[in-house]
Design a protein around this ligand. Structure first.
Ligand SMILES: Nc1ncnc2c1ncn2[C@@H]1O[C@H](COP(=O)(O)OP(=O)(O)OP(=O)(O)O)[C@@H](O)[C@H]1O
Ligand SMILES: [Mg+2]
Length: 473
């Protein structure tokens, strides 16, 4: 008994030292690797080679995609050695598989390995996939599909967003063709001053849309989603389009309807657009009100539906309007527009947010006076307030005084809002910008529909910010 009492502490210390030794060294890892080698040795393997070039010395796209996939694997980061490169952005560090390096991957429980080899005839490389013969039937095809899909997502994230515009140059015969320029997107959801809940709901809606390929396929529906952004001028609709494009990393096809020669030209433009893109038509209400126009309402309706017949792949359509009151109901019907988002004029919380962003002012002695003016119903657009603040940014007090006088001289604003401003719609005569409590509560109730989108009838449009005139929502 006494011997045992002496022995136990020794055993515990011994055990502790052994464990410490094992964890401090790589002995366990080495043993595991040896065991895996032994296990591999007991199986028959099959090799698949993915050469960098085909027999015509054209680059093999599969090679590029597999490389992209392998270079993104966490096992590359954990491997004994690898190459490091800078990326296109100065602070990007990229990992690249080295020649003769092998990395492992696991797919559906099967272990596979990839080795980058130099081909016999010189500089070209070959990626060699090694997998167990037993697993081949089960995993080879889905594994390659998985690689293509992951590589596609990675390239999509890395790509530079393009803005494409239809040009009107009949003399050069280019009418109906897209001209493309890099889209240096400055606006993002972070820079836009609007209700945080609303922003999050839109982001969630877009994310859900991106993940819903199978859902749309199962329903036999085209994978597209249409948004209507409406509200007075300068409330951030175009900035929101840019923020959406940046969030989705989609190219933007900005259609200028005045440069479209006729209905079939409009259809043609759509046919020439690519998948993973946003089709944007700005100021649609204004265009529809024009007396002489080349494109008819029917042409526009067909264009909105045309996506159904022409383009099966993911597309987001965005239409902007100052007001949807005068617009033909057919245009807004469920299925043509899925989500309605209202952009109201600035209310006091929105103003405070802008003052903080533009002037770095969180509190100010003029704020109570400004709050009173906002409560009195006067309002300006975020663009108007932003401009005043930018031109007076050296003196916050002057900037705030300028906002006050602009709002006071804008006493007619109320009537202006009644005719076209959604804020009036929301507040039932009271100020009701994106930040107002009443608006928030109503918005939240409407947005709640988004959370339950799965259970919504597919054809029901979603109104993310519009007024609820009869209050029945
Ligand atoms: N909600 C906002 N948050 C931050 N800045 C805004 C907001 N709304 C507008 N702005 C500023 O005002 C400028 C004009 O906005 P934008 O062009 O997006 O408005 P719009 O609603 O498209 O106007 P219009 O109907 O005249 O085309 C933007 O460059 C942006 O800096
Ligand atoms: Mg605009």
């Amino acid at each position: 008994m006494v011997n045992m009492m002496i022995l136990i502490p020794f055993l515990l210390v011994g055990l502790f030292l052994i464990l410490r030794f094992l964890f401090k060294t790589s002995l366990l890892l080495i043993l595991l690797q040896k065991f895996q080698c032994l296990e591999d040795w007991l199986h028959v393997h099959q090799l698949y080679r993915v050469p960098q070039f085909n027999h015509l010395f054209q680059e093999n796209e599969l090679y590029v995609k597999v490389s992209t996939y392998l270079n993104s694997l966490p096992s590359l980061e954990d491997s004994d050695f690898t190459n490091l490169f800078t990326g296109s952005k100065s602070n990007d560090i990229l990992l690249h598989l080295d020649t003769d390096q092998t990395i492992r991957d696991v797919f559906l429980g099967a272990r596979v390995s990839w080795t980058l080899e130099k081909s016999e005839n010189g500089g070209a490389r070959v990626l060699v996939l090694r997998l167990r013969k037993n697993d081949k039937r089960r995993i080879l095809r889905p594994y390659l599909q998985h690689i293509l899909s992951v590589a596609g997502d990675i390239s999509q994230r890395k790509k530079e967003i393009k803005l494409r515009m239809n040009v009107d140059s009949p003399s050069s015969g280019e009418n109906g063709r897209w001209r493309s320029v890099p889209f240096n997107l400055l606006a993002s959801f972070d820079t836009l001053v609007m209700d945080v809940d609303l922003k999050n709901k839109v982001k969630a809606d877009l994310e859900m849309f991106l993940k819903s390929k199978q859902f749309y396929q199962r329903l036999g529906r085209v994978w597209k989603r249409s948004y209507l952004l409406y509200g007075p001028s300068g409330t951030g609709k175009s900035s929101f389009v840019a923020a959406m494009a940046r969030f989705l990393n989609f190219d933007v096809y900005d259609i200028d309807l005045s440069k479209v020669s006729d209905d079939s030209d409009l259809k043609m433009l759509l046919l020439q657009s690519t998948s993973k893109s946003m089709i944007v038509v700005e100021d649609l209400d204004r265009f529809l009100m024009e007396k002489s126009k080349n494109v008819s309402l029917r042409g526009i309706l067909n264009f909105m539906d045309g996506i159904v017949s022409c383009c099966g792949e993911e597309r987001v359509m965005v239409f902007t309007m100052n007001s949807k009151d005068e617009v033909d109901e057919a245009l807004l019907r469920p299925g043509r527009i899925d989500v309605h988002i209202q952009f109201p004029l600035c209310d006091f919380p929105c103003f405070k947010h802008l003052a903080n962003n533009y002037l770095g002012v969180k509190e100010h002695k003029l704020f109570p006076q400004l709050e009173e003016i906002f409560q009195g119903g006067a309002s300006l657009s975020p663009a108007e307030i932003g401009e005043i603040m930018i031109s007076n940014r050296s003196s916050p007090t002057r900037a705030l005084k300028s906002v006050i006088s602009a709002m006071q001289t804008n006493a007619g604003a109320k009537s202006r809002r009644v005719s076209g401003d959604g804020a009036e719609e929301i507040g039932g005569g009271e100020q009701g910008g994106l930040f107002s409590r009443e608006h928030s509560v109503r918005d939240f109730r409407k947005l709640y529909g988004l959370l339950k989108m799965g259970s919504r009838r597919k054809d029901e449009p979603l109104d993310l910010g519009s007024a609820d005139k009869d209050g029945s929502n």
